[in-house]
Unconditional design. Structure first.
Length: 724
């Protein structure tokens, strides 16, 4: 391969080194993906069989794009590569080896919402006070422990010192038991179970060591302890490894990522060689200098100096605003100015924020100014209620032990099986140590359940049995279409004839179209293949830049992306960095890395905005600007006093208030719909968090844990909840 023509000297050296472990420290915009692509192609060129190469990425989208690039270099050989996310590759291995761990190969994979639901059910069983402990925070704690490879017994014995921790330990233990009973794994199990498998079955470990001769890892700085352990288990003197990452972009410590994996690589992998990619191809000199000034305030890092042959470019602009509405208005106006003056498209622009709640004012301003936009990281398609409901049907057809999915669809569409009856069925199942699905077949033995409801359960079981039998006789597309038609879902949404129901109707149609497309792309695909695919999709796989719209997203969602023009909003203490007064130095270091990531998304121009006051937690808070703004290179920045309301006088303020007087209740963006974990404000009860959502339409109810009034169950139609 003629690498001299396509790579710089540092990139070429990193690609051609394949004789020992290596770490490529790839600064922002330094051509990391290009190097990985050519390294895999180079390995094939040097005689490595494609199926012996394992390439691990952090998003499905990254894996797919990289495979397409490799295909252009080596042809159809690329199809044989083991390439995908850690979770998808390990799920593939677990499907083959599941029985060694006591699972069936058709196990379900629970996403975070499924896991929270299971935790919530366990907490109710244990009579845990939901006011003091909510299911979402408990699930987050369990997930963090799993990422650190801390199992329930170890946590209970050595780490659970407080009453709350002891309760969490009990829930954690029961959670794992229920997962196993449901023949299900959560996302964290997809990392833990292979470690358990390899440590207890040496022959299986040897099998995969023999399978893989070269391992490559993208975004290595974001690996957690479990992922790192898997890499160490698979790597031997025979199996080579190359990791690529940037310690300055390690921003996922809150979910278990450990920057020490990168800092300790040379100690853990003997004779490892380190390559540094320091030439930036993305940003202007001023953007690079500004980012470098900030990140140098972090102490624990791998030394590197980014440089670029790009032009100096414009100074970065810091805009002071009166409040969040003024901030949104000023950003909208700057977008209009930049589009007119620079002849750029809306799709060249991104507005980044630290927390999702910042998007509301921004969206309102963009709508008012008729600027098209899209949000990345809202409710993903496969997380929308009606889609999750239908996916739950397919999961039950594939795995009858999946109790959480069965509970989700027991009364969807409504068939008169209420929570009280379901509770009695669960109690019966627990007493006899049988599954909920088996209990349905014995519903007439559950004497506490009324005869009318027993008949409804029996009819539901007959429906499920019918499609369980059909799943191996009909094609995937035929099975899905027939099931949805018999359930009457499309007819139900059409007859409701509300904007919300019609949007759900369209989503179900889109799901059917997606299933048909999947079946066309994967000849002979089964229900198991489809579920394996959709269970591993994430929010990061949503982004595409085809539509001419401004992109709104959190900075975490923006990682890996680039735009000519970037706005970084909310540059204030307590927002960015987030709650610094409660955090240790390591957390501030991570927030600084996040700020570095935000700046380096920009190719040509950066605006950073902060507000003097902001409506937070139900009241106006007076803000101070972020410490990170003070750390920027003074030679690279220009300050602008936006503060539109204060300058415009009463007339301008009156116009502005009118502009934003629209109630948030009328804010018809589906991504803002209520969901478990949403923070809301009630006119009487104040601020709280949603613990549970039941029913639909006019009868939809939510259980909210209010900060001062405790837990309340409300009808959504009359509650007038406002999302925070």
């Amino acid at each position: 391969m003629k690498l001299k023509n396509v790579l710089n000297e540092a990139q070429r050296e990193a690609v051609e080194f394949i004789s020992a472990p290596s770490m490529i420290v790839a600064g922002a915009g330094s051509g990391k993906t290009r190097v990985l692509t050519y390294k895999i192609a180079y390995l094939i060129d040097q005689g490595y069989e494609p199926e012996s190469i394992l390439a691990l990425t952090f998003t499905n989208k990254a894996a797919q794009e990289m495979k397409e690039r490799i295909k252009k270099l080596v042809g159809t050989k690329a199809n044989k590569l083991w390439m995908g996310t850690f979770h998808s590759i390990l799920a593939r291995i677990l499907r083959v080896e599941a029985t060694k761990l006591g699972y069936e190969p058709n196990f379900s994979i629970y996403d975070r919402e499924d896991s929270v639901s299971l935790v919530s059910n366990i907490m109710q069983t244990f009579n845990v006070n939901l006011e003091k402990l909510n299911a979402s925070s408990v699930q987050h704690k369990i997930s963090f422990l799993k990422n650190q490879m801390i199992l329930p017994d170890e946590f209970a014995k050595h780490m659970a010192k407080t009453t709350i921790d002891r309760k969490i330990a009990d829930i954690y233990k029961e959670y794992n038991i229920r997962l196993k009973e449901n023949n299900s794994m959560d996302f964290d199990d997809l990392l833990l179970k292979p470690i358990q498998l390899f440590n207890t079955h040496l022959r299986i470990l040897q099998k995969y060591r023999k399978q893989f001769k070269f391992i490559l890892v993208d975004e290595f700085q974001d690996t957690n302890r479990a992922q790192y352990e898997i890499l160490k288990l698979l790597t031997t003197s025979r199996v080579k490894i190359c990791v690529v990452g940037d310690d300055a972009q390690s921003i996922y410590g809150w979910r278990g990522a450990d920057i020490k994996n990168m800092l300790d690589f040379e100690k853990d992998f003997l004779k490892a060689k380190v390559f540094r990619l320091e030439q930036n191809y993305r940003s202007t000199k001023k953007i690079l200098s500004a980012a470098d000034f900030v990140i140098k305030n972090n102490h624990d890092q791998i030394k590197k100096t980014l440089w670029t042959e790009n032009n100096d470019g414009d100074q970065l602009t810091i805009m002071r605003c009166s409040d969040e509405k003024d901030e949104a208005y000023q950003i909208a106006k700057q977008i209009q100015n930049e589009v007119a003056a620079r002849k750029i498209s809306f799709k060249d622009i991104a507005i980044l924020y630290r927390i999702n709640s910042q998007s509301r004012a921004l969206e309102e301003a963009l709508r008012r100014e008729k600027i098209p936009y899209k949000i990345i990281g809202g409710i993903e398609f496969y997380r929308r209620k009606e889609i999750k409901d239908l996916i739950a049907y397919l999961r039950v057809l594939a795995n009858q032990n999946d109790e959480e999915s069965l509970l989700r669809i027991m009364n969807y569409p409504q068939r008169g099986i209420g929570n009280t009856s379901i509770g009695k069925m669960i109690a019966f199942a627990r007493k006899l140590n049988i599954s909920l699905f088996t209990t349905m077949a014995r519903i007439f033995e559950v004497i506490e359940v009324k005869e009318r409801i027993q008949k409804n359960v029996k009819q539901f079981k007959i429906l499920l049995d019918k499609y369980i039998d059909l799943k191996d006789k009909l094609s995937l597309a035929e099975l899905s279409s027939a099931l949805i038609d018999e359930l009457g879902i499309l007819r139900m949404y059409k007859e409701e004839n509300t904007p919300d129901s019609l949007a759900r109707y369209d989503n179900v149609q889109e799901l059917l179209g997606g299933i048909q497309q999947f079946a066309r792309d994967h000849k002979g695909a089964t229900i198991y293949d489809f579920l394996a695919e959709v269970s591993l999709l994430t929010g990061a796989d949503q982004f595409d830049n085809k539509d001419n719209t401004v992109t709104l997203m959190t900075i975490h969602s923006a990682k890996g992306l680039e735009f000519p023009l970037v706005f970084i909003s909310g540059c204030e203490e307590d927002i960015f960095p987030l709650n610094p007064k409660f955090d240790e130095d390591s957390r501030i270091a991570e927030e600084r890395r996040l700020f570095y990531v935000a700046i380096t998304r920009a190719e040509e121009k950066v605006f950073m905005t902060y507000a003097r006051s902001r409506y937070r937690f139900g009241e106006v808070a007076y803000q101070s600007r972020s410490r990170f703004l003070e750390e920027l290179d003074p030679q690279t920045i220009h300050e602008l006093n936006g503060a539109g309301i204060r300058k415009g006088g009463r007339k301008r303020k009156a116009f502005y208030d009118e502009l934003y007087q629209e109630s948030f209740d009328d804010f018809n963006q589906e991504r803002r719909s209520l969901r478990v974990g949403s923070r809301v404000v009630h006119d009487i009860f104040g601020r709280g968090k949603i613990l549970r959502i039941e029913g639909q339409g006019d009868m939809q109810k939510v259980t909210v844990n209010f900060e001062t009034k405790g837990s309340k169950t409300l009808l959504v139609k009359f509650a007038k909840l406002k999302l925070v």
